[in-house]
Design a protein around this ligand. Structure first.
Ligand code: FPP
Length: 298
C-alpha cells in the first residue's frame, strides 16, 4: 500500500508536468456516474454512494483550480433522474443543498473567486434547493476567476427546445428577425447563455458507459469536443484520471490543427497559378478567423 502510494504520487507528478506543458481545457463538463454501483460494490447503502461522490466533486474542483481549468460543469441531476424513488431524489437534493451551503462558507470559494450558478429547469426543483442555489449565486455573484456550473433538472434536448421557443416568441414580437438567427443567437438563448459559460472543451464520463446522455449537446459542439470515458465509478475518480482526460483533449487539439493544416495544403495544391492569389486571401482570412475563435475559446 505504501509502495503503491509512492508510485501513484510519482505518476501523478509526471502526468501533471506533462499536461501543464500544453494547452489546458478552459471548460470541463463531467457526468459523475456510478455512485450507486460504487455503494453496491462496498455493500453500503446506496445514498452513501452519492455522499462519497460529492466528496470527489470537491476534490475535482481543487484539481481544476490547481490546473487552471476555469469552468467546471457538473451533471448533478438530470431530468431523467426525477424518475428515481422520492427517497433517493430527496436525498440527492438535500446533499446538493448541504454542498452548496458548504461551498458558500468555504474560504477556497472566495480565494478562487469562484462563481456558482445552476443550469436547468431550476423551477422544477424543490423550493429549498432553489433557495440554496440563489444563496450560492448571490454569495459569488461578482466572481470571475473560476465558474462552477451545476446542471440540475437539466436535459440537453429540453434546453434546445426552450431556446427555440424563446426565439420564436422574439420573432413573433419583432425583437428578432428569423434571417438573423445564427449559432451565436442560439447559444445566447441556452441556459448557459453563451457568454458566461463558453462551449465545452472536454466531457468526462465515469462509470464505464460510453455516451453523453443528453448533457450539453449544443455546447459540446454536436460531440465535436473531446470526450473521455473511464471505468472508475465517480467516488473512485482520481486526479490521474482527470490528467489522462486532459491529455486526450490535448492530443485531440493537435489532431485538429494537423487536419486543418493538411486541408489548407491540399487546397493550395489544387489551385492553378491564376487562382493562387485568391486562395491565399481565403486562407489568410480563414486563419485569422481561426485565431480569433481560438482566443475567444480560450
Ligand atoms: C450519478 O450516479 C450521480 C447522481 C445522479 C448524483 C450526483 C450528485 C452529486 C454527487 C452531488 C454533487 C453536488 C455538489 C454541489 C458538489 P448514479 O446514481 O447514476 O450511479 P449509478 O450509475 O451507479 O446508478
Amino acid at each position: 500500500m505504501f509502495f503503491d502510494n509512492i508510485i501513484y504520487r510519482g505518476y501523478e507528478r509526471l502526468l501533471t508536468g506533462e499536461v501543464r506543458k500544453d494547452r489546458i481545457p478552459r471548460h470541463i463538463a463531467v457526468i459523475m456516474d456510478g455512485n450507486r454501483r460504487y455503494a453496491d460494490r462496498l455493500g453500503i447503502v446506496r445514498n452513501l454512494g452519492h455522499t462519497y461522490g460529492a466528496r470527489t466533486t470537491e476534490w475535482f474542483l481543487d484539481w481544476c483550480w490547481e490546473l487552471g481549468v476555469k469552468q467546471a460543469t457538473i451533471y448533478a441531476f438530470s431530468t431523467e433522474n426525477f424518475s428515481r424513488t422520492s427517497d433517493e431524489c430527496a436525498m440527492i437534493f438535500d446533499l446538493i443543498i448541504k454542498k452548496l451551503d458548504e461551498l458558500i462558507h468555504d474560504p477556497r470559494t472566495h480565494e478562487r473567486r469562484m462563481r456558482i450558478s445552476a443550469i436547468g429547469e431550476v423551477h422544477l426543483l424543490p423550493s429549498d434547493l432553489q433557495d440554496a442555489i440563489r444563496r450560492a449565486g448571490d454569495a459569488t455573484r461578482g466572481y470571475d476567476e473560476m465558474y462552477l456550473n451545476i446542471a440540475a433538472a437539466y436535459g440537453g434536448q429540453r434546453e434546445i427546445l426552450d431556446a427555440v421557443r424563446d426565439m420564436a416568441r422574439e420573432v413573433r414580437s419583432g425583437e428578432l428577425h428569423a434571417d438573423d438567427i445564427d449559432e451565436s443567437t442560439i447559444s445566447g438563448h441556452l441556459y448557459t447563455n453563451g457568454t458566461l459559460i463558453p462551449d465545452v472543451d472536454l466531457i468526462i464520463r465515469t462509470g464505464g458507459d460510453i455516451r453523453t446522455s443528453n448533457f450539453l449537446p449544443w455546447q459540446a459542439n454536436g460531440s465535436e469536443c473531446a470526450a473521455y470515458f473511464c471505468a472508475p465509478f465517480w467516488p473512485e475518480f482520481r486526479k490521474i484520471d482527470l490528467l489522462r482526460a486532459i491529455r486526450v483533449y490535448q492530443v485531440r487539439e493537435h489532431e485538429r490543427k494537423r487536419a486543418a493544416t493538411r486541408r489548407i495544403i491540399d487546397m493550395l495544391a489544387a489551385c492553378g497559378h491564376a487562382e493562387l492569389e485568391d486562395a491565399i486571401g481565403h486562407v489568410r482570412r480563414a486563419i485569422s478567423r481561426k485565431d480569433t475563435a481560438t482566443v475567444a475559446g480560450n
